[in-house]
Design a protein around this ligand. Structure first.
Ligand code: GLN
Length: 253
């Protein structure tokens, strides 16, 4: 049994899209492999100690909540950067994803600082991009997978020219509704607009994150192979969401 240590950033502020469901999935999938997920809340004023967590999680929120946490996150930036530099993994969803970039200008023009962990910037547009979304990813060379989820954001995210997207949009809006790109990936750090929550219908990503976190925990460069789990229900959930993305994703109503 290995304890996988998760630092959950601002669970009291950034949690509006059932982001806690992602943690529940990680907990259960770790337990099925005989590992225990230890989740610590990292809220306002709490210090991040590099090396203490194997995976950081930050969820989504409204502009108002993002504004409340942005300055505090900046105070944690150096420690978070050091932690990730030491091999910790991270998953950032929607509002949290925006704040891992260099900054987010909200719907009412509020400038929120980001921490520059991901090479991107976000500015809110007039119309919210809402609906199901399907993307294709290749986190491991030659291993193409899809992610299905729901998006609801005003922010338009622009990646820097050489930044690596999380995936390419098959249906839905993605980062900005124009580039055909969704999310951003930098090593073991993943940022995405997909929620709903994300991991229940995309178990392969949950396992990828767990494997990265375990690699950090065990001090190994290579992520361990996790035992397979029959994911019938999860696959059905993915298929329903993917079909909805194809039939009505990416449209302003
Ligand atoms: N408030 C941000 C936006 O509207 C993020 C939204 C979210 O986290 N779902 O773009």
């Amino acid at each position: 049994m290995t304890a996988v240590r998760v630092g959950h950033l601002y669970p009291d502020y950034l949690n509006i899209y059932a982001d806690r469901g992602n943690i529940a999935v990680l907990t259960q999938r770790a337990a099925w492999r005989g590992h225990q997920l230890e989740v610590t809340a990292l809220g306002m004023g709490d210090a991040i100690v590099p090396g203490e967590h194997d995976l950081y999680y930050i969820g989504g929120g409204q502009d108002r909540e993002q504004l409340l946490v942005a300055e505090d996150l900046v105070r944690k930036a150096d420690a978070l950067r050091e932690a990730v530099g030491g091999g910790a993994a991270a998953l950032a969803v929607c509002g949290g994803y925006q704040l891992l970039g260099r900054g987010y200008r909200g719907f009412h023009g509020e400038d929120m600082p980001g921490i520059g962990l991901l090479p991107l910037e976000t500015v809110a547009g007039e119309r919210r991009m809402i609906g199901d979304v399907l993307i294709e990813c290749e986190l491991e060379p030659g291993d193409k997978r899809t992610l299905a989820g729901f998006e609801n954001h005003a922010g338009r995210t622009r990646l820097d020219p050489r930044a690596e997207p999380l995936g390419r949009v098959l249906a839905g809006f993605g980062n900005d509704g124009e580039s055909g790109l969704e999310g951003c990936r930098s090593g073991r750090v993943i940022g995405t607009y997909l929620h709903g929550p994300l991991l229940p219908r995309n178990p392969w990503l949950a396992d990828w994150l767990l494997a990265q976190a375990l690699a950090h925990r065990l001090g190994s460069g290579d992520a361990p192979l996790l035992a397979g789990i029959p994911d019938e229900l999860e696959c059905r959930a993915h298929a329903v969401s993917a079909a909805r993305a194809h039939s009505r994703g990416g449209r302003f109503d």
